[in-house]
Design a protein around this ligand. Sequence first.
Ligand code: SF4
Length: 390
Amino acid sequence: MPSLVFRKGLDLKHAVAGMLADNYHSAIVDRIKAEDFTYRSGRLTLHLAREFGFCYGVDRAVDYAYQTRERFPDRDVFLTGEIIHNPHVNEKLRTMGVRFLSDDPDAVDRLGGNDVVILPAFGVTVAMLERLDRRGCTLVDTTCGSVLNVWKNVRRYAEGGYTAIIHGKVWHEETQATASQAVQYGGKYLVVFDRAETDLVCEYIRRGGAAGDLTARFANAVSPGFDCERDLQRIGLANQTTMLMSESLEIGEMIRTAMVERYGDADLGEHYQAFDTICSATQDRQDAVVALLRDKPVDLMIVIGGYNSSNTTNLARICDTSRPTFHIADPDCLVSAREVRHRPVGSKEEKTATGWLPAEGPVRIGLTSGASTPDNLVGATIAKLAEFCS
Ligand code: SF4
């Protein structure tokens, strides 16, 4: 039986609006926005980035998840995995009785026609979609339109005989889903994480020949049967939507230059295509934090968001280039005016730092949050900072 799929909500937006506001809204954040994104209390001056927090895709995904629970109170409701990369939002959904298929690898095969499965904002792989479809369950698809746009470009590459080079994190759900689209449409893909990996690919594009090292390095980041000589002759560039814009542009330019060196620029379009697929919400948040760092004399930056949130991590990378930066998962990480738990940029672990807040005198703090961080966490963070600086 084909699955019933809801893609545009479940007509219960108004029914869940109050609940969403209760769970994620923050009066203090609203007030700061109204007061030119600046907050003063005691010796603290806080500057909020002009774009931060929930993006349109996350807003919609969480809204649809609440609508799903409301619409199907007596049916088992599942998520394939985290709906967005914020532990608080995922935990809240658990308390509402939503179960996570990612908790049990065999759970999908036990689903039945009465079950409801919510697909996350970053989408799922073609293989997962087919598995769910075979179970005949009801699907609520919250895949963000900006992710669908990436898929559209990747499919076009596949149909045109271009290998999709995806600037992304090979372990990230969105990149896995995007890569699966290339294969589904008969294409190839290769995922590059950063400039260093792109350099290796560019070096191969220039010289060709034996690809032993490259094949080994990208063993887990290419489509099945990938052949460097054959599959790097025609390339289409795509990005995971939440990567660092400046880095994605640089990676595109590196690959374009290598293709010109190898094939000349007379018919470059035959060998190289690119579409910017960083989403506008990611771009806006990155631009806003760049502006804050440029325009406000802040002593340090706080970035709030899940440690596995790609866009939050990239906001922290931007901040870290010019200010002491503390990427915290939630307000509880601000242990005291002396101690903070945070994940330093480039580290895979949370660490504890001491002496992070100047002990005396005025303190100027810049603050932003990732696209999956609700305002109530931002508000609670600000309240703690005010308390520490009173
Ligand atoms: S970060 Fe961008 S692509 Fe991801 S859910 Fe938000 S708007 Fe959509």
